[in-house]
Design a protein around this ligand. Structure first.
Ligand code: F0G
Length: 392
């Protein structure tokens, strides 16, 4: 295994700490040696079931039983949205309630192996919650930078309770990301665990492995919300590795959903803008409120190479999709996670089997629900008043 630049193909040893290519500044990825693809053996449960395809799988692991999340078949919603076989991969089932745990178990395991005692990230919420938990598990110091006032309460509570040092940046996620990169590059004792770190994405690719394990074959399309754009890239990498290992014979189309006013990748693909960036990104799906996604070259490659697409959905469509999934299928996901359902409702997808990646649990952001028009009722503590309220 080694690290390789996706732009100029320069290579680096696995244990060299570098977040981007020293030669050209490109993004790095972990490349498995050919022997890994010969006959991969998958044993046990969760992310580490796939240890033979992961860096750090051979040593002591920092784990909280991540992965092995539910793949829910949703026939009623599928019929309404015109999809024969619709599945939700419910990443809210992870220990801290989001897909980030898949990446953090590998990222923090790797940090410890390299001898780091401090890990850091910028976050719209879930990354910080997950990193804080895994750092606590490993006995490490955690530093998180968050955009002040723009993260969901549940996520902030998680980072605090797990003992992270939380710094509220008076700016947006993109400012926090820039600062934490500078901090970890300047201070050799701090290990950066944003998704620019390719080891984290290795953990996240296991979602693809699980989907294929569950369905016995790849779906025709996968729809994922895009923020910093690491996840869609990681899932695509997982599918391509299974193809290399001859476990699957075809690849799914990768489809990215972004929020209307935080859609740099959609814009980039549509208008061939020079930069993949929008100023002042805004959406109530705060998890994906990102204007300058660091992993955009990987995500664009995943979408193009898979014959996929990316489109935007409005905040209203996201909230409607969140409700619909909760009311018609019993799954409560956070707003960003409902973007793939909103995508299906607005654009449709010509495919028989579709997996929507629902990235985080709905309880992380109760405000998003409680901001909706109130549909609760009030009664005096009497039966008459209760009956009147129920009939109103
Ligand atoms: N959904 C949720 C719930 C997220 O928290 C995120 C990203 C995404 C989707 C997008 O994933 O960045 O890999 O494209 N959250 C990050 C964070 C940015 O800091 O928690 P992505």
């Amino acid at each position: 295994m080694l690290q390789r630049c996706i732009a100029c193909e320069a290579t680096y040893p696995l244990d060299q700490v570098c977040y981007t290519c020293a030669a050209c500044g490109g993004l790095l990825e972990v490349r498995l040696g050919a022997e890994r693809f010969a006959d991969p053996r998958f044993e046990g449960r969760g992310v580490w079931r796939y240890a033979s395809m992961l860096p750090g799988g051979d040593g002591e692991r920092v784990s909280l039983r991540e992965g092995d999340t539910g793949l829910y078949r949703c026939d009623r919603l599928g019929a309404a949205l015109g999809v024969k076989n619709l599945y939700i991969k419910n990443e809210g089932d992870n220990p801290t309630g989001s897909f980030k745990d898949r990446g953090m178990t590998v990222g923090v395991t790797w940090a410890r192996r390299l001898g780091f005692k401090t890990v850091a990230c910028a976050s719209t919420g879930n990354t910080s919650a997950s990193m804080a938990a895994f750092a606590a598990r490993a006995g490490m110091r955690a530093i998180v930078l968050i955009p002040d006032g723009k993260i969901a309460m549940g996520k902030l509570a998680q980072a605090i309770v797990h003992g992270a040092e939380v710094v509220r940046i008076r700016g947006d996620f993109d400012d926090a990301m820039r600062l934490v990169r500078e901090l970890s590059e300047a201070d050799g004792a701090i290990y950066l665990l944003n998704s620019i770190n390719p080891f984290r994405l290795e953990g996240q690719k296991t979602l693809a492995f699980e989907v294929v394990d569950s369905l016995g074959a790849p779906p025709d399309a996968v729809i994922a919300p895009m923020g910093n754009a690491g996840n869609i890239s990681a899932i695509w990498k997982g599918f391509t590795e299974l193809e290399c290992a001859r476990r699957i014979e075809r690849l799914p189309r990768m489809i990215g959903a972004q929020a209307e006013h935080a859609a740099p990748i959609v814009r980039y693909l549509r208008e061939s803008t020079q930069e993949c960036r929008v100023a002042n990104a805004e959406t109530l799906a705060t998890a994906i409120r990102i204007g300058a996604p660091v992993n955009w070259p990987k995500a664009v490659a995943a979408i193009r190479d898979s014959g996929g697409e990316a489109n935007l959905v409005t905040d209203d469509e996201i909230i409607a999709a969140q409700r619909r999934l909760a009311r018609e299928e019993g799954l409560f996901v956070e707003p960003a996670s409902a973007a793939p359902i909103a995508y299906l409702a607005r654009y449709g997808v010509t495919a028989e089997t579709v997996v929507c990646v629902c990235t985080g649990h709905g309880l992380k952001d109760p405000d998003a629900v409680l901001r909706m028009p109130a549909d609760t009722k009030v009664a005096e503590p009497t039966m008459a008043s209760l009956r009147a309220a129920l009939e109103a």
